[in-house]
Design a protein around this ligand. Structure first.
Ligand code: DCP
Ligand code: MG
Length: 371
């Protein structure tokens, strides 16, 4: 079996670099090996092989039990030559030299470290690495580096926001936003989405959709919620993006990672979540709050079902569903709408089930979308 470093505090796949904890050895699965390969290709901006390894990891995730023999691996769908070769090597020798080489590669380790900061993507990480920077302290001490507001907050709250958010914490965040929304208008509705809607116990953030029944009312909702959170003194960071949604620009033929609805990326102070600072904290004890990453999106009510389907994920599920719509049904699906290219018309939906019906698919429950 494969053996790699794993942080035993935060459960991240690789040792937790800023804490510099003594690494513990654990067994890593085929799936983890594929994730490492996918991430490495992502860092090199090679989308094709990156998606191939992501898909392969998803295929393994969907199986009722782990693949332990070459025979069991033979009939698996969606695996390319490279993926099969890695899988074979692991199943035969118990290790993959390619994966081990990546894991011990200094560039991979540094990009992994830098991209773990909120607001730092592969391009910025690569830029910092090319300038010879290898650690957070080197980045923070480099006078020529200008951190944007998001990155500054990312570093400031690094410890908290790199810790997993529990379901109970997600619920608590949902209640806070729900209360704020209710005080603004009884007409609005809040829906928990993302990984927690798929039944996950932990996530990296809390994803929520807020919408209003009255058309157009959703436009100011987010600003009003942000004001309310500010007044409560719990808004640690906010980046608001106004809506650029334009029905005349639909359908979008090129793939876009993000939709055009109004949204905000927040860091909230969640009271009552105990954090042990460890022996070296300034206070030397624990505090009774933690910072949590929260994403809010606010689509018009008649686009709610598409947004709900899109934000529920998983990313792989969304990718495959869109691909299915395009190739099997000649339809374009995104977070805004569903367009039938044969009939040259938009298909309306008030529920996710309506969308599955249009696609000629049986309804797939959120917990079955964890591909
Ligand atoms: N999403 C997407 N494409 C993106 C970003 C997001 O399709 N580029 C969708 C799918 C995700 C959902 O939005 O599942 C929420 O995004 P997250 O990054 O929060 O993903 P999860 O909630 O699934 O994961 P986690 O539990 O780590 O928060
Ligand atoms: Mg999420």
């Amino acid at each position: 079996a494969l053996q790699f470093f794993m942080c035993h505090i935060c459960c991240s796949r690789l040792r937790c670099p800023p804490l510099r904890l003594p690494p513990v050895f654990v067994l890593l699965s085929l799936q983890d090996a594929f994730e490492v390969l996918a991430e490495n290709y992502e860092f090199s901006e090679m989308e094709g092989p990156c998606l191939a390894f992501r898909r392969a990891a998803s295929v393994l995730k969907s199986l009722p039990s782990a693949v332990e023999s070459l025979r069991a691996a033979q009939d698996l769908p969606c695996l390319g030559e490279h993926t099969k070769a890695v899988m074979e090597e692991i199943l035969r020798c118990g290790r993959s030299f390619e994966v081990e080489k990546i894991l011990s590669d200094e560039r991979f380790q540094t990009l992994k470290l830098f991209t773990s900061v909120f607001g730092v993507g592969p391009k910025t990480a690569e830029k910092w690495h090319r300038r010879g920077l290898r650690s957070f302290s080197e980045v923070l001490a480099e006078p020529s580096i200008h951190l944007n507001r998001m990155q500054q907050s990312g570093f400031l709250h690094y410890g908290d926001i790199s810790r997993a958010v529990s379901k109970a914490e997600a619920r608590a965040v949902g209640n806070i936003i729900d209360e704020a929304v209710r005080a603004i208008t009884p007409d609005a509705m809040l829906t928990l989405t993302g990984g927690f809607r798929r039944g996950k116990e932990f996530g990296h953030d809390v994803d929520l959709i807020v919408t209003a029944a009255e058309p157009g009312r959703e436009q100011n909702l987010l600003s009003e919620i942000i004001d309310s959170l500010k007044k409560q003194g719990i808004l640690l960071f906010c980046e608001y993006q106004a809506s650029t949604f334009d029905t005349t620009k639909l359908p979008s033929h090129r793939f876009e990672a993000m939709d055009h609805f109004a949204k905000c990326f927040l860091i909230l102070r969640l009271e009552g979540s105990r954090v042990d600072e460890g022996l070296h904290s300034a206070e030397g004890d624990s505090r009774n709050w933690r910072a949590v990453r929260v994403d809010l999106v606010s689509p018009p009510a008649d686009h709610f079902a598409f947004t709900l389907l899109g934000w529920t994920g998983s990313r792989q599920f969304e990718r495959d569903l869109r691909r299915f719509a395009r190739l099997e049904r000649r339809m374009l699906l995104d977070n805004h709408a569903l367009f039938d290219k044969t009939k040259k018309e938009f298909l309306t939906a008030t529920t996710e089930k309506d969308i599955f019906d249009h696609l000629g698919l049986e309804y797939i429950e959120p917990w079955q979308r964890n591909a």
